[in-house]
Design a binder for this molecule. Structure first.
Ligand code: ADP
Ligand code: ASP
Ligand code: MG
Length: 404
């Protein structure tokens, strides 16, 4: 059985006309002899609408019920799309996460997929030509509905492709592939033909929302080739695959940005063993993901500690820090939510020197101040004032010749 998994995002299923375009793509795959597993997102704007609605009902919406609510977005799209397929005689049916079942852990709102019963799913595929599966959702061991975090349908699709041993996983969206940077911010962005899993993972982690981070982790782990392409035009998109030699020739492959950052500084904490642990352990226990961290000694026996957290976690982080303030000897706690992180990414960095210097001087030329720098083998990130994000992205894009 030749199986193809195709995922269509929110803008691709936004209305009847869009869904008719999606149907054409699915029919084409059927013509090519594939059985098709179609993974759908909620219609564009629907997940946000539900989140906003929950906020009116409750100040702190219950996490389990929130997942039950959000999962309805995808339920609507798979039902409507299955109707469209059946209307033209395709043997199709819709499937919700718990019907597959897509088994997850119990982290409501950001659940991880643990298992997909491939044999059961293949048995259903024997009877149908197209299965229309709700993305973004699964169920825990007690059959409670869970969701996989924003953009989670990408991960549903890759996980299904891995479980079913599909030939590849196509991610259809509103852009023609993965670009050198967000084409919405930089019109000079170019489509990348082929990108390594590791680079794509950094791009996604640094804010390029075209693929959810976990979908790339999954693809890398199970060696699933991803093809990111457009719902609204034909032609090849971007292949996300294992790294090969050809990818190293470019110094930098892409630029990403993340505005969901807030900076927190603890002024003059004790400079002694155990203080960092005292700060970050309770933050981690609260499930808050700390990103960049710098520590610099201020005066004898004291050091400043600066780090970033997602904007939405600022209040909770401050609350934790106020509790431990005297234990760690801090003389003050500062915070700033008007910051953003810009990053340049590329496996070619391993073999090229001077990448950081080019990035820093490009930002200097635009008079953009860098607050924190963090690096990995294939990435350099700078925290800057949020209002300069777009300018910084375009400047870095040009400085590395990505527009050519
Ligand atoms: P979908 O609803 O199909 O899942 P998303 O909105 O999640 O689509 O992701 C597609 C969007 O990602 C694009 O419209 C684009 O603005 C944004 N994006 C950010 N960085 C990139 C990039 N490097 N390449 C392509 N798109 C990007
Ligand atoms: N509907 C969910 C979201 O908006 C999941 C997805 O689209 O991938 O985040
Ligand atoms: Mg998405």
């Amino acid at each position: 059985m030749r199986i193809r998994v195709q995922k269509y995002g929110g803008t691709s299923v936004a209305d009847l006309e869009c869904m008719q375009k999606v149907r054409e793509k699915v029919l084409k795959a059927l013509d090519m002899g594939y059985k098709v597993v179609v993974v759908l997102s909620a219609m564009s704007g629907e997940t946000n609408r539900l989140i906003e609605m929950a906020g009116r009902w409750s100040k702190r919406p219950d996490l389990c019920e929130m997942d039950v609510l959000l999962a309805t977005g995808e339920q609507t799209s798979i039902a409507l799309f299955s109707m469209l397929l059946k209307e033209c005689g395709v043997k199709a049916r819709s499937m919700l996460g718990f019907q597959v079942p897509i088994q997850t852990d119990k982290s409501f709102g950001k659940a991880r997929i643990l298992d997909i019963d491939a044999d059961k799913l293949k048995a259903v595929l024997d009877k149908y030509d197209v299965l229309v599966v709700a993305g973004f959702q699964g169920c825990d061991s007690e059959k409670r509905i869970t969701t996989l975090g924003r953009g989670g349908s990408d991960t549903s699709a890759v996980a299904l492709a891995a479980a079913l041993n599909a030939e590849d996983c196509e991610i259809y969206t509103d852009v023609a592939g993965v670009y050198t940077t967000d084409p919405g911010v930089c019109p000079q962005a170019r489509k990348i033909t082929k990108i390594a899993y590791e680079e794509m993972l950094e791009m996604a982690s640094m804010g390029a929302k075209v693929l959810q981070i976990r979908s790339v982790e999954f693809a890398k782990k199970y060696n699933v080739p991803i093809h990111v392409r457009s719902t609204f035009s034909d032609g090849p998109g971007t292949l996300v695959v294992q790294e090969d030699k050809s990818m190293e020739s470019a110094m930098v492959s892409g630029v990403a940005y993340d505005k969901d950052q807030a900076r927190i500084t603890l002024v003059e904490v004790f400079d002694e063993p155990g203080v960092a642990a005292m700060i970050f352990e309770p933050i981690s226990r609260a499930n808050i993901v700390v990103d960049m961290i710098v520590q610099n000694p201020s005066r004898e026996g004291k050091t400043d500690m600066t780090f970033t957290v997602p904007k939405g976690n600022t209040e909770e982080t401050l609350k934790i820090l106020k509790r431990i303030k005297s234990d760690i000897g801090a003389s003050g706690i500062l915070h700033d939510a008007d910051v953003a992180k810009v990053s340049v990414i590329g496996v070619g960095m391993r073999n090229h020197s001077g990448v950081a210097a080019i990035a820093f001087s490009a930002l200097k030329n635009e008079n953009i101040n860098i607050m924190i720098i963090s690096t990995s083998e294939i990435k350099i990130s700078c925290l800057i004032e949020e209002k300069y994000t777009e300018l910084a992205v375009r400047t870095l894009h040009e400085a590395f010749g990505l527009d050519k």
